[in-house]
Design a protein around this ligand. Structure first.
Ligand SMILES: NC(=O)c1ccc[n+]([C@@H]2O[C@H](COP(=O)([O-])OP(=O)(O)OC[C@H]3O[C@@H](n4cnc5c(N)ncnc54)[C@H](OP(=O)(O)O)[C@@H]3O)[C@@H](O)[C@H]2O)c1
Length: 252
């Protein structure tokens, strides 16, 4: 058991922001060991490449947030290496998928799509918290963060639409706040936050980039480095809140 090394767990690291955050975590701190999860590690060529570039520092684990037993198994794998995590980061999220996309009006709302989006975006981070919070209770500063979205802010909702995605991220934010209160009692140095990464050029945003001005569309590299900077500066007093990639609070 490696008790001395700093440990991070990145959930949803196969591509997009999760892959870039994993890459930057490994590059910037040679003492950090990273566990990265994805649904199909055998197909995650980019993660395997990172693993080869950082021998002994990157472990790949299988995890599908819609399958709680896979989260439990990932936590068991993590515990074989360490009893402590300094960062647990939920990245996985969906806006569109096979047969569903963001609803423009009520007539587009489909119960199956609502269930899928909530399961991945809201229930996923909560179940990861359920199985990984024990690793945050070591007394040193630790952060549990989930990628949220500005459109999950109720007070910021001016355009409507995107029922499932907006509400799933709002629910995620409430789970984060509730988790922060519980962590405040049992692990006062643990911080739980949501993070808005900006509008980032990934598969998730591709179909919706037409109306995004070039100067506001971030590369995954830009967004990931900003998010890591924000994570570095968080204090326990900020636990339970949501911050954007510039470190500005996104109000509920
Ligand atoms: N891009 C943006 O503009 C933007 C804006 C605001 C918020 N966000 C949030 O940022 C996060 C990352 O988004 P992204 O842009 O990097 O998206 P992305 O490139 O589409 O990547 C999504 C990730 O989620 C994973 N995933 C999907 N379903 C999963 C499941 N059931 N279990 C485990 N993993 C699953 C995918 O894994 P597979 O490879 O296995 O499918 C992939 O790694 C999301 O939470 C998103 O809501 C993004």
């Amino acid at each position: 058991m490696d008790k001395q090394k700093k440990m991070a767990f990145v959930q949803g690291a196969s591509r997009g922001l999760g892959l870039e955050i994993t890459r930057q975590l490994l590059a910037r701190d040679p003492t950090l060991r990273v566990f990265a999860s994805c649904r199909a590690p055998a197909d995650a060529a980019s993660l395997s490449g990172l693993q080869a570039a950082h021998p002994g520092r990157l472990d790949l684990v299988q995890l599908d947030v819609t399958d709680e037993s896979s989260i439990e198994r990932a936590a068991a794998r993590f515990s074989e290496t360490s009893s402590r995590a300094h960062l647990v980061l939920n990245v996985a999220g969906v806006l569109h998928g096979p047969g569903f996309g963001p609803e423009k009006k009520l007539g587009h709302v489909e119960p199956d799509a609502l269930r899928t989006v909530f399961e991945i975006n809201a229930f996923g981070p909560l179940l990861v918290a359920k199985h990984f919070h024990r690793f945050l209770r070591h007394g040193e500063r630790s952060v549990f963060a989930s990628l949220s979205a500005r459109v999950g802010s109720i007070s910021d909702n001016r355009l409507g639409g995107w029922y499932a995605y907006r509400a799933s991220k709002a629910a995620q934010n409430m789970f984060t706040k509730t988790l922060a209160i519980e962590l405040g009692r049992i692990a006062p140095n643990a911080i739980a936050v949501g993070l808005h990464p900006g509008t980032v050029d990934t598969d998730l945003s591709k179909p919706f980039q037409r109306n995004v001005p070039d100067e506001t569309l971030l590369t995954p590299t830009e967004s990931a480095s900003s998010l890591l900077r924000v994570l570095d500066g968080l204090t326990p007093e900020q636990s339970g809140r949501v911050f954007d990639f510039r470190g500005e609070e996104v109000l509920p």
